[in-house]
Ligand binder design. Structure first.
Ligand SMILES: [Zn+2]
Length: 217
């Protein structure tokens, strides 16, 4: 009987170790991904802490055309990591990032350029923009109540008022723009002088222009 109890105990021990390993494997698959930093991924698969307002997936944009099939934010993995780090910093102060645009496939860039063929407003697809490389985001902030922070102009406002150098704005607006810029720069992004909403990942400038597709669910 003692021998039986010992065997049973041994079996239970082996069983629990193997379950433990399986759990560890599943955990590490989800958290220590082996995919490269330049792989395109959906932000949604890595965080639920962002607000989506993907303007080009609606007709509420300067093109007056819906050019994305769905409101998805796709980026290279390294951009996703940097964006989550920035968002975590904002969250500590009661803010979070609202997304207007992320990666833009080259085919979409061509469609946009066909609608507005002016390189001042839409980058020429022959050159491509950092959005086409998966390293750019157009963003703002929302506060703890979910209200969008006043940044002085709407997204895609084509005027001098959208520039970081335009200082004839209230102190509150200037400080909110400066706050957004400071946190983004701390987390590996560059700002873009003429658009307060646009940020480029510094290490993403030389990545290839890409034409990835994503599934809409
Ligand atoms: Zn942009």
């Amino acid at each position: 009987m003692l021998h039986f109890a010992k065997s049973l105990f041994f079996l239970l021990f082996v069983f629990s170790v193997s379950i433990g390993n399986a759990q560890h494997e599943a955990y590490s698959d989800a958290t220590e991904s082996q995919i490269s930093d330049t792989t395109f991924v959906k932000l949604r698969d890595y965080s639920n802490d962002f607000i989506y307002d993907m303007k080009y997936a609606t007709e509420d944009n300067f093109l007056k055309a819906k050019v994305y099939d769905c409101a998805e934010c796709m980026l290279r993995l390294k951009t996703v990591k940097a964006l989550i780090a920035a968002n975590n910093e904002f969250l500590k102060k009661g803010y979070r990032i609202k997304l207007y645009d992320c990666y833009r496939p080259l085919d979409i860039q061509k469609r946009m350029f066909a609608i507005v063929s002016n390189p001042e407003y839409v980058a020429d697809p022959k050159k491509g923009s950092i959005h086409n490389r998966g390293g750019a985001v157009d963003i703002s902030l929302v506060d703890v109540t979910g209200k969008e922070v006043d940044m002085g102009t709407p997204f895609d406002f084509f005027g001098i008022q959208a520039s970081h150098n335009f200082k004839q704005l209230s102190k509150t607006i200037l400080s909110k723009r400066a706050y957004l810029k400071k946190v983004m720069i701390n987390n590996g992004f560059n700002s873009f002088d003429s658009e307060w909403w646009h940020y480029n990942l510094k290490t993403g400038l030389k990545d290839k222009v890409a034409n990835e597709k994503w599934k809409c669910e």
